[in-house]
Design a protein around this ligand. Sequence first.
Ligand SMILES: Cc1cc2nc3c(=O)[nH]c(=O)nc-3n(C[C@H](O)[C@H](O)[C@H](O)COP(=O)(O)OP(=O)(O)OC[C@H]3O[C@@H](n4cnc5c(N)ncnc54)[C@H](O)[C@@H]3O)c2cc1C
Length: 386
Amino acid sequence: MFNYNHSHPEIRDAVSKLCEGFDGKYWQRCDADRAYPSEFVQALTDAGYLSALVPEEFGGLSLPISAGAAILEEIHRSGGNAAACHAQMYTMGTVLRHGSDVQKARFLPGIADGSLRLQAFGVTEPTSGTDTTALRTVARRDGDEYVVNGQKVWTSRAEHSDLMLLLARTTPLEECVKKTDGLSVFLVDMRDVRGRSLTITPIRTMMNHSSTQLFFDDMRIPADSLVGEEGKGFRYILSGMNAERILIAAECIGDAKWFIEKASIYAGERSVFGRPIGKNQGIQFPIAKAYSQMRAAELMLHEAIRLFETGENPGEEANLSKLLCADASWAAGEMCVQTFGGFGFAEEYDVERKFREARLYQVAPISTNLILSYIAEHVLKLPRSY
Ligand SMILES: Cc1cc2nc3c(=O)[nH]c(=O)nc-3n(C[C@H](O)[C@H](O)[C@H](O)COP(=O)(O)OP(=O)(O)OC[C@H]3O[C@@H](n4cnc5c(N)ncnc54)[C@H](O)[C@@H]3O)c2cc1C
C-alpha cells in the first residue's frame, strides 16, 4: 500500500510474492493448532532465503545484513511470522566467526541448502533468567567427549532443529576471575541425543512459538562440538548480538507496517454514523502517530545496518533499533486493535494474532529493561545497575 523506496527491492518483491502463498488462514490454522509452519519454512528454504547470510563458499548467497533484514521485514509486513526460522540467520554467524574450518566445512553447506537446520539457541535457564553468567548447565570434559548436565528453558524451535548452539559452564564460577569467563559454546547435533540424554518438552505460550524446555542428563557430545576456545563462549555469544538486534528490529518494523496498513485500509472502509471511521481525527491521528513512530525507529535501524555493513561495532545503534522498533510495533498494534474496535478481537482479521506475536519483542530475545541498562551504562556512562 505504501511505497517506502527501500533497499533490495527485488528481494522484497520476491519474498512478498512467496508470502502470498501463506495467507491469514494459514497462519490462523498454525496458531490455533500451535503447529510449526513447516510448509512456509520449507518454501523459504527452497528459495534460498534462509541461507542469505551464509558465504558463497559454503553454498549461501553471501548477502549483507540489510538483505537479511529486508527478508524478515517483508515476512512480517505480509502478516506472517519469521520467528519459526529467524534464529538460523543470526546463530549461524557464531559458527562462521568462531567455528573451526572443519566445523564450517561440515555444517555450513547443509545449513545453506536446508538439509541441516540450526534453529535452536540454548542460553536462558529457569533460575538464571537474564543473568546469563549465573547459568547452571555444566559441560565436563571426559576424554574425547563433553558430558552435559542441566536444564534450559525457552529454547525455541528445538523440536524443529537438527543442531543447537548451546551455552554451558565449563569452569565453575568460583574458579573464574570474571563471571563472564568459564562459559563455552557448543554446536550440538541433537539428532544423536534427542529422546535419550536430551529430553525436550514443549511450553504452550500466548502465541505460536514452538518454545521448549530442555533437560540434559549426562548428555555425551563429541569434544569437537566445542566452538572456538573453551571458556570464551560468553564473548562469542555477545559478538552475535548486534546482528540479532538488527534482524529482530526489522521484524518489528514489518509488524508495525502491517498494523498501520491494516488500520488505514479498515478506517477508510468501515462506515459508522454514515461516514468512514477514518474521517474522525480520533481514529486518523493515532494511525498517523504510529506511522511517524515507525518511520523514526526505522531510521535508527537503517543507521545500525549502515554501520554494521561498514564493519563498525554499532552496539548503541543496534540496541536502540531493537528498543525503538519493538516499541513502534507494539504502539502500532495497540492502535490497530483500537481502530478495528470489536473486530480487532476476532481471529479472522489476524489483528489479535499479530498483537500477541508483537508483544514478545518487549521481552525476548532481550527485554526492554536490559537495553535501557545497556544505554545507561555504556552510552551515558551511568553506574552499572546489576
Ligand atoms: C517465547 C519466547 C521465546 C524465547 N526463545 C529463546 C530462545 O530460543 N533461546 C533462549 O536462550 N532464550 C529464549 N527466550 C528467553 C528470553 O530471552 C528471556 O525470557 C528474556 O531474556 C528474559 O529472561 P527471563 O524470562 O528469565 O526474565 P527474568 O530475568 O526473570 O526477568 C523478569 C523481568 O525482570 C526484568 N529484570 C531482570 N533483571 C533486571 C535488571 N537488572 N534491571 C531491570 N530489569 C530487570 C527483566 O527485564 C524482565 O522484565 C525466549 C523467551 C520467550 C518468552
